[in-house]
Design a protein around this ligand. Structure first.
Ligand code: GLU
Length: 462
């Protein structure tokens, strides 16, 4: 009898949670029907939270999910700029200040033609959870513009960055909102934006942006942090299954900041990285990629990855970037962009014996691809956890700026390793506690969410 009652109450609980999540999700879709990437990010998080809401209905009663999916503030603005021929262009700028329960808004800026509110909101929502996982006192935000830096001169980039910051400066500050880089925004762009911010404020507020140059307040190891952190997380994941990065064959998509330093650390730990890509195609080099050549092409010359075969004719170049997942490997690291790896690609990777997948980019595997990995017992590390090293070291940059000090590379790198280990352990613990062992996607969402939700409850409805 008692058993029957408790079974019934557990079924009721499940139904309540299901109905609640469905209702909140429908509100999201009805409000902003075109924001498909944002819907995808919300759905993934909600799915992970089912067991949490069953155990702690207070998150439902206090309306935490309704609040967390609505940004505290959304800013869109005009970014006019003049090209080298004297023509005027107008781009659209965004900053989504998503959640400040744990600290000031923190997250990168993306300059890419695909940027729109859906992209910035999905990135911002993920950033809340990611930043929470780092254990650092940072809230979540994201921004950018639908500006295409490809083929622009240094002066055009500078004029764009100054115009962008002229408006953004009104909303940010070292204790308010601290932007950084993302796709299309690196040290050069951060420098131009910092220069403009400083001029407008007449004040050297180093902590207003992270990813700065080392000469004026940047942190050692910030450039490497996202890529290195990805490999530190991967190593933890593999270690639990008595596997190792050493001796493994690795495929890394992309050839930007995340990819380059993931490749560097993977190689340092003894992996053979056989392929990487850009938005036009991928290179395959069976003996292992020569990273110096990739760096020269991408970091120095701003060139295309196809140029690699000029130095190594024995390597192959294949047009089209998504077919990179046809290359057999032990470890796949999607480090390019969102939804770059679908269920067909996931199926191929599984067929070819992939053992682990680590997301260096944000949301690079679509929902179906994630299911393929989880259903086939492939170790799967979700972006929020795997690529959190970048923003974690951004928080260390802020700490150094506040202290007016700089730590050595080794000091920052040691902290990064510790942070990545903790993130991994927290994800494992949360997935185990809520009956989903091995599901790090759920573990990351649960561990990241709970800290933010508890801080929101503590701060009341404001
Ligand atoms: N854009 C990076 C990310 O996706 C870094 C953000 C930051 O350093 O604030 O986490």
């Amino acid at each position: 009898m008692t058993n029957a009652i408790s079974e019934k109450s557990s079924t009721n609980k499940k139904q309540n949670v299901h109905d609640y999540l469905k209702k909140v999700y429908e509100t999201v879709v009805t409000r902003d029907p075109n924001e498909t990437e944002f819907h995808q990010a919300v759905a993934l998080i909600f799915k992970s939270l089912i067991p949490v809401l069953e155990k702690y209905p207070t998150y439902m009663e206090k309306g935490i999910l309704e609040q967390i999916i609505e940004p505290e503030r959304v800013i869109t603005f005009r970014v006019p700029w003049v090209d080298d021929e004297g023509n005027t262009h107008v781009n659209r700028g965004f900053r989504v200040q998503f959640n400040s329960a744990l600290g000031p808004f923190k997250g990168g800026l993306r300059f890419h033609p695909s940027v729109n509110l859906s992209i910035v909101k999905f990135l911002g929502l993920e950033q809340i959870i990611k930043n929470s996982l780092t254990g650092q006192p940072i809230g979540g935000g994201k921004g950018g513009a639908d500006f295409d830096p490809k083929g622009k001169s240094d002066n055009e980039i500078m004029r764009f960055c100054r115009s962008f910051m002229t408006e953004l400066a009104k909303y940010i500050g070292p204790n308010t909102d601290i932007p950084a880089g993302d796709i299309g925004v690196g040290a050069r762009e951060i420098g131009f934006m910092f220069g403009q911010y400083k001029k407008m404020r007449s004040s050297f507020d180093a902590g207003v942006l992270t990813g700065k140059g080392l000469e004026y307040g940047g942190s050692l190891a910030r450039t490497e942090a996202t890529g290195y952190g990805t490999i530190y997380f991967l190593e933890e994941m593999l270690k639990d299954k008595d596997l190792s990065v050493s001796g493994s064959t690795v495929v890394v998509s992309g050839s930007g900041n995340v990819s380059i330093y993931a490749i560097e650390k993977a190689m340092e730990l003894g992996a053979t990285v056989v392929a990487c890509s850009d938005s036009d195609g991928y290179i395959y080099h069976a003996n292992g990629i020569d990273l110096d050549v990739v760096k020269e092409i991408k970091e120095v010359n701003n060139g295309r990855i196809s140029e690699y075969i000029e130095t190594y004719p024995e390597a192959t170049y294949v047009e089209g970037c998504t077919s990179i997942w046809e290359v057999p490997c032990d470890v796949a690291l999607p480090c390019a962009t969102q939804n770059e790896l679908d269920e067909d690609a996931a199926g191929l990777l599984v067929q070819n014996g992939v053992k682990a997948v680590g997301e260096g980019a944000n949301m690079p595997c679509n929902t179906e691809a994630i299911d393929v990995f989880l259903d086939n017992d492939v170790l799967y590390g979700p972006a929020k956890a795997v690529n959190a090293g970048g923003v974690a070291v951004s928080a260390l940059e802020m700490a150094q700026n506040s202290m007016r000090m700089s730590w050595t590379f080794e000091e920052v790198d040691a902290q990064l390793q510790e942070i990545m280990k903790n993130i991994y352990q927290n994800c494992v613990a949360a997935s185990g506690e809520f009956g989903l062992p091995g599901n790090l996607e759920a573990g990351a969402n649960i561990a990241g969410f709970r800290k933010v939700a508890d801080a929101m409850i503590a701060q009341g409805v404001v």
